[in-house]
Design a protein around this ligand. Structure first.
Ligand code: ZN
Ligand code: ZN
Length: 197
């Protein structure tokens, strides 16, 4: 594993700025990897790790940089729960560790560095210095990872009976003998407008 500072620099570059979230994300990912005994997530252990993140904030980018798990590689799974937490899954052993930032870490950061003006500055420094146990809670968990969730999964692609668009990774819904995509099944995040292009 690289040093904290090396990861933080890489995270800063990927994310576009340095912030308390980057510090938190780097530490969270390093702790997860340490617990799993994964040394080299970018080459030797590249295919060992799948990471679930529970928030889409600054820390998420840092976690991705340290672990090498990316959305486009299917090794980063996003669960939109609004929680500063991530679960690191070793797919070779089935062991998984969930790491969550403690609520008390914010107040502790304030106490540690009252001399600093901004909350971000306080947290940036305090999150570097704080003990793992003050910053995080960890728990060993079990993650069911069906074959279609694995990064290299090659499965059949089906076509939605309603809109005709293709669907990968068994994300279709079968209802009344029909194959439906999530949208046509009613699980919508957009609605159509008048002007069809
Ligand atoms: Zn940021
Ligand atoms: Zn459809």
């Amino acid at each position: 594993m690289e040093s904290f500072d090396t990861y933080l620099r890489a995270a800063e570059q990927a994310h576009g700025h340095i912030c308390a979230g980057q510090v938190l994300g780097v530490r969270m990912a390093m702790l997860g990897l340490n617990k799993l005994g994964i040394e080299d997530p970018h080459s030797q252990d590249r295919k060992r790790l799948v990471t679930f993140v529970e928030i889409d904030r600054c820390a998420t980018d840092a976690i991705s940089v340290v672990t090498g798990c990316r959305l486009g590689k299917r090794a980063l799974k996003f669960r939109d729960w609004g929680k500063m937490a991530a679960t690191f899954v070793d797919v070779t052993t089935g062991r998984a560790i969930r790491v969550a930032a403690t609520e008390s870490s914010k107040a502790l950061a304030r106490q540690m560095h009252p001399e600093l003006a901004s909350k971000n500055q306080q947290q940036m420094l305090a999150y570097r210095e704080m003990a793992d146990d003050d910053l995080f809670t960890t728990q060993w968990v079990k993650v069911e990872l069906p074959p279609e969730e694995f990064p290299g999964y090659k499965g059949e692609r089906v076509v939605c009976d309603v809109c005709g668009e293709g669907i990968n990774f068994r994300r279709e819904i079968r209802r009344d003998g029909k194959i439906l995509c999530r949208n046509c099944a009613g699980e919508r995040y957009y609605s159509e407008t008048e002007n069809k292009q």
